[in-house]
Design a protein around this ligand. Structure first.
Ligand SMILES: [Zn+2]
Length: 366
């Protein structure tokens, strides 16, 4: 096995001891999109002994532009991403222990999925490769409460962002961004697109951080880094003066509102009338704590314009309605989306709550 990792063992600070530490380490990767597949590929090849993959979605043809572990067959079969990724990784390194979870990360299962160790595991990291703020804040709560280092990454458009969180030692996500943006306020990859190379860059930095932390070869990056591959701008915000903050609700006060479900931004119910479907309702996000309801962060007209590439949408009688071309029911018919001015939405053509929440996160944004 030495030969497989020889070029990595040769690196300063790694050596046989570092490689051995990597082989006993576990990386929990939440999200198997562009970031997750690239990070999982790099870490499997690097020799991380145990990898967990968590993702609620299935492979679609539009994923293949950037999600490097999947192929056309996976998309045609609509295979769950976590399972297709696991199979691809085992073809690279059959002895790696990989557990895949086709699941929505929720306050109910977050600690169990993020913090559980396999026998013989020593070092652990969580890697946030998700595409929505609701899950990101939940992962931050879970990792800080369990004392697990967390490596954050995000990519949308040509923009990428990286941050490494060492619980109790460095700023957490809430030290820097105390509350998530309101649903609909931030662009998503579905509506703004995403450049494959920026996702690969962010995921490469995440994998490098994981290798540094798990081998002990080098110190974690103390900066929040952002990069724009179109404008060629790069920024680094030194986080050492920003945290851990004593007044941070998460790492300072250890109030884990997202983990306790008190901060859940979306609630979903199956509709029993008017042809079924799933209704998604954006809930409290920390911004909506005053008595007066806060205005929706986007208008339906702006949302209709944003959804233009994803289907036919129009605003009529105060409602946004249309069909999502790339989201279909079992008979291949496009799902119908209706959005109300308060950003409540009904998705018809499915009664799958997990899928409906994922669609809301991708097209409206949470
Ligand atoms: Zn904090």
């Amino acid at each position: 096995m030495f030969e497989r990792h020889a070029r990595q063992v040769a690196l300063p600070g790694i050596g046989p001891e570092g490689q051995d530490r990597l082989s006993r380490a576990r990386a929990v990767i939440v999200g198997c999109g562009a970031l997750g597949t690239t990070a999982a590929d790099l870490l499997t090849r690097a020799g991380v002994g145990s990898i967990a993959l968590i993702d609620r979605d299935v492979v679609e043809i539009s994923n293949l532009q950037r999600q490097t572990l999947f192929n056309e067959r996976d998309a045609l079969l609509g295979r769950p991403k976590a399972e297709a990724a696991r199979e691809a990784l085992l073809r690279v390194a059959p002895t790696v222990s990989i557990d895949s979870h086709v699941a929505d990360l929720t306050p109910m299962n977050a600690l169990q999925l993020l913090a559980s160790r396999t026998p013989g595991t020593s070092g652990m990291v969580g890697i946030d490769c998700t595409d929505n703020f609701e899950t990101r804040y939940l992962i931050n709560d879970a990792c800080v409460s369990a004392g697990i280092p967390l490596i954050y990454g995000a990519a949308v458009g040509a923009l990428g962002m990286n941050m490494t969180i060492l619980p109790g030692q460095s700023a957490c996500l809430r030290c820097v961004f105390e509350d998530p943006p309101r649903p609909g306020a931030a662009p998503t990859c579905e509506t703004a697109g995403v450049l494959g190379p920026v996702a690969a860059l962010v995921a490469s930095r995440q994998a490098a951080e994981a290798i540094k932390l798990l081998t002990g070869a080098a110190a974690a990056d103390p900066c929040l880094r952002s990069v724009d591959l179109w404008s060629n701008e790069e920024r680094a915000l030194d986080l050492r003066s920003l945290g851990p903050r004593a007044d941070c609700p998460c790492c300072g006060q250890r109030r884990f509102a997202f983990l306790q479900g008190a901060h859940r931004t979306l609630s979903a119910v199956i509709c029993t009338r008017d042809g079924g479907g799933v209704q998604i309702r954006p809930g409290s996000t920390g911004h909506a704590t005053s008595a007066a309801p806060s205005p929706a962060p986007v208008t339906l007209e702006a949302l209709a314009a944003r959804l233009g590439d994803s289907g036919d949408f129009r605003v009529e009688s105060g409602l946004l309605r249309g069909f999502l071309h790339y989201e279909q029911d079992d008979a291949g018919r496009a799902l119908r989306l209706t959005v109300f001015p308060d950003l409540r939405a009904v998705i018809r053509g499915t009664d799958d709550i997990v899928r409906a929440r994922a669609i809301y996160a991708r097209y409206i944004g949470v």
